[in-house]
Design a protein around this ligand. Structure first.
Ligand code: MG
Length: 383
């Protein structure tokens, strides 16, 4: 029932290491299952989305975020008759390379790499997600990593500099040739956006860092809130927030499906090749896109730059850069398996194997592990 331009087992480019066909499940289900059983996936539970994990039990973590992305992406994929299993695999894996402490952790690690290891090419969570599934997971007898299909790996690699793309080989090639990934990958990318715009509003309101009135001028939210208040007179509090946000997600998903159908009809792709050659086909309508942009700006100014969030950001920066400097100055402080990862022969084409191994170690940490590791290294009297 899949469209001819969807990814399927026949047009898949397969795995780097040849394996016997899975029994009673598809290749893409197998990818999804390997991701769910990985160590990096379990760590998502204790990694910050916006709020540090221990700040409250009800805020999104990287894990619940990834599950929400998978839910939204699967709904869209099913409506468009493309590969739902692939979409689920990509969605569940898309944030595996995230550092502790959310974007603050990533920015700090990137700055450290650029300053102390200029040849390393820096740190980018997207590339790190691919590194995690290609190299860092140690679960299988025949290979490092999870040996996922090309299409799942392609979906994980959302963006990539030309410099990195050249080093990555086939999976980086589309960035050099200006080609698009599968519709399934494009869907995950926008499902990610739908998920975080919606849940950051939810968590922002729940935490008290945002107040409902602040959102009056943000049409993406307020027009649904007015509709909900009209339908349920007197509705307030959590119910009002949830009803409003569920209408917002629904409107976004429906808009995306309709606009994408329209673009697919216009491009009339015959097969997967045509999707790679076409301009981006998965898209919101122009009106919805500008509404979302306004919401993003609002969140940036009022939530991500809120002084209480910035205090956490500041702490995260200190923890990450202290750890990075300590390990770079004396790699013998690394746990033995990461010290071995710093050996040049283990790092292939990496220009700075030591820095990359340190970045791998720090990126893999959960929030609380990073805090504990910092204490173990720097607090006198701690062991
Ligand atoms: Mg994400």
């Amino acid at each position: 029932m899949l469209k001819p331009y969807a990814v399927n087992e026949q047009n898949s480019r397969g795995r780097v290491h040849a394996e016997a066909q899975p029994i009673e499940r598809s290749e893409f289900q197998r990818d999804r299952d390997r991701i769910v059983h990985s160590t990096a996936f379990r760590r998502l539970e204790y990694k910050t989305q916006v709020f540090v994990n221990h700040e409250g039990d009800l805020f999104r973590t990287r894990l619940t975020h990834s599950i929400e992305v998978a839910q939204i992406a699967r709904s869209i994929a099913r409506a468009l008759n493309v590969n739902e299993d692939l979409v689920e695999a990509v969605a569940l894996a898309h944030d595996l390379g995230h550092t502790p402490f959310g974007h603050a952790g990533q920015d700090a690690l990137n700055d450290c790499m650029k300053q102390l290891a200029p040849s390393s090419g820096g740190f980018e969570h997207n590339l790190q997600s691919l590194r995690t599934v290609d190299l860092l997971e140690e679960n299988y007898g025949a290979f490092d990593g999870l040996n996922l299909t090309f299409e799942t790996r392609e979906g994980i690699l959302k963006h990539c500099s030309q410099e990195h793309a050249r080093r990555l080989g086939e999976v980086g090639r589309r960035f050099l040739e200006d080609r698009r990934p599968s519709l399934e990958a494009q869907i995950c990318n926008l499902a990610d956006e739908i998920a975080y715009n919606h849940h950051d509003v939810d968590d922002g309101l729940r935490s008290g860092l945002l107040a409902m009135e602040q959102l009056d001028d943000v049409a993406a939210f307020s027009r649904h809130r007015l509709a909900v208040a009209g339908e349920f007179p007197g509705i307030a509090g959590r119910r009002l927030i949830h009803e409003t946000l569920r209408c917002m997600i629904n409107a976004l998903a429906v808009d995306l499906i309709n606009e994408t159908r329209r673009r697919i009809a216009a491009a009339a792709p015959a097969g997967l090749e045509d999707i790679h050659a076409a301009p981006q086909l998965v898209s919101f309508s122009d009106g919805m896109r500008s509404e979302q942009r306004a919401l993003k700006t609002f969140l940036y100014e009022n939530l991500y730059r809120h002084y209480q969030v910035l205090r956490m950001t500041n702490k995260a920066r200190t923890i990450v850069s202290d750890l990075f400097s300590a390990f770079m100055n004396d790699p013998r402080l690394l746990p033995p398996q990461y010290l071995r990862m710093a050996e040049p022969e283990r790092q292939g084409a990496e220009p700075d194997p030591k820095a990359r191994a340190v970045a791998d170690y720090i990126a893999g940490m959960t929030d609380r592990y990073a805090i504990r590791e910092h204490r173990r290294l720097f607090a006198i009297g701690e062991i």
